[in-house]
Write a protein that binds this ligand. Structure first.
Ligand SMILES: CC(C)(COP(=O)(O)OP(=O)(O)OC[C@H]1O[C@@H](n2cnc3c(N)ncnc32)[C@H](O)[C@@H]1OP(=O)(O)O)[C@@H](O)C(=O)NCCC(=O)NCCS
Length: 417
């Protein structure tokens, strides 16, 4: 079917990933268009990888959950053209709510694996300030009226309260402690300069004060304390457990990555920061959507022949502390396990829905370079309407003896073993 690739599957490498700093809805990007955010990301990927001839990009797959307005009309095509890619480079839009960018990656990577593409751009954008989740949707009344799902399934914070109900051992105090640790880890990663290298500064205009160069994430609250968290109200249920402090917020931002067949990356002198091992998507009851990463991870591990003990680094999206804790409890991992979210997570950094998956991958890639002793890592996230998404990656810098870290090493045709 695919000529020279017939009968074989090619290894796919994560060449590079970048993102805009994330903003708070109605914050730094209040007057910035969503498409300008993702265009900036694509241009930065090309700038950072000058040995990639733009015409060698075979596809631009960009996710957005709310595909209207400045996120509509096939955002992947529009962003590619606006970013200056040749008109011969096609593009499309992807939607799997929070796992949009993950799906853009797995779909284009699979196309690379079978030989349909050599190089792809995959990413996501979400301007939740301009486009609240569900804006313009016309949900079939049968989805709720016929009791296919609990109405709570449509309010993500309520689904998180439901996860607390299901796992009584996950208390508000535990969720708040997890949230505080996320804030502290982000502050530490910023202090160590581990987040900034993969941010592209973004010019944001404000009608009253002019232009601002956004160089850091807006949502983190480094002064967070347990006492402060304990005082927050529970907006999704009286006397509930989910608060603004132990949830991701409402955010704006864009992410993108370059993917390539391992031999094409080698030919073009591009780095191989991670090698895709496999992935899994799974569905769960929408009213407890936060548990989705458990079966998606089980599926991904089963299909890749790995076990949870093979995974040395985890990048878990923190939509809500409770759903991360449910994942950790399920797999017998401690709340403060150092393999998990070493740079903190979405509770502090923000979660612009469809973009977040590539933030997880970009952070995992940087940690792979820092940790050659680690061979495998995974990203996992819960997905609205009841799904989970997991990707499993191998570290091309892996050195069983844990010796040298070949940061950003150039791809070789034998990156995986
Ligand atoms: C939880 C949620 C409703 C809070 O929204 P919000 O009220 O606009 O959030 P804010 O940032 O204004 O925070 C609310 C209050 O908590 C305080 N707060 C937030 N985080 C805090 C922290 N870490 N420490 C101390 N106080 C904090 C704020 O200062 C604010 O206080 P104020 O009311 O006195 O001004 C909203 O963030 C949300 O819906 N999150 C989930 C998003 C989602 O569903 N994503 C998809 C997942 S699948």
């Amino acid at each position: 079917m695919f000529g020279s690739a017939r009968g074989s599957v090619r290894d796919v490498v994560f060449v590079d990933g970048v993102r805009t700093p994330f903003g708070k809805a109605k914050g730094v990007y209040a007057e910035t268009r969503a498409d300008d955010l993702i265009v900036r990301v694509i241009r930065e990927l090309l700038r950072r990888n000058p040995s990639l001839p733009p015409e060698r990009v075979d596809e631009v797959a960009i996710a957005a959950t709310t595909q209207i307005g400045d996120q509509g009309l096939t955002i992947g095509r529009i962003a590619g053209v606006l970013a200056g890619l040749p008109e011969s480079v096609p593009g499309y839009a992807v939607d799997r709510m929070c796992a949009g960018a993950v799906t853009a990656v797995t779909t284009t990577a699979s196309s690379i694996a079978v030989g349909a593409y050599d190089v792809a751009v995959a990413g996501g954008v979400e301007h939740m300030g301009r486009h609240p989740m569900g804006e313009g949707a016309d949900l079939n009344p049968r989805f709720v009226a016929e009791r296919l799902v609990d109405p709570a399934a449509l309010v993500m914070g309520s689904t998180a309260e439901n996860v607390h109900d299901r796992y009584p051992a996950i208390t508000r105090a535990r969720a708040d402690a997890y949230a505080l640790a996320s804030q502290e880890k982000v502050a530490k990663a910023y202090a160590n300069g581990q987040i900034q290298p993969d941010l592209v500064p973004m010019a944001a205009r404000h009608a009253d004060s002019g232009w601002e160069l956004v160089t850091a994430d807006e949502p983190p609250r480094p002064t967070t304390t347990l006492a402060g968290l304990a005082e927050l109200r529970t907006p999704f249920r009286p006397h509930g457990r989910v608060t603004a402090g132990n949830s991701a917020g409402i955010n704006d931002g864009a992410t993108g990555c370059l993917l390539a067949a391992v031999e094409v990356a080698a030919e073009l002198g591009l780095p191989a920061k991670m090698t895709l091992v496999g992935y899994g998507f799974a569905g769960v009851a929408p009213e407890v959507m936060g548990v989705g990463p458990i079966p998606s991870t089980q599926k991904a591990l089963a299909r890749t022949g790995l076990t949870i003990d093979d995974i040395g680094l985890f990048e878990l999206n923190e939509a809500f502390a409770v759903q991360v804790l449910a994942f950790l409890d399920h797999f017998g991992i401690a709340d403060d396990d150092p393999r998990v979210n070493r740079y903190g997570g979405a509770i502090a950094l923000g979660h612009p829905l469809a973009s977040s998956g590539v933030r997880l991958m970009t952070q995992l890639a940087r940690q792979f370079a820092e940790h050659p002793e680690v061979r495998y890592g995974l990203t996992a996230m819960c997905v609205g309407l009841g799904m989970g998404a997991t990707t499993v990656w191998e570290n091309p810098h892996h050195d069983a003896a844990g010796n040298s870290a070949a940061t950003g090493g150039t791809a070789t045709a034998t990156a995986t073993s």
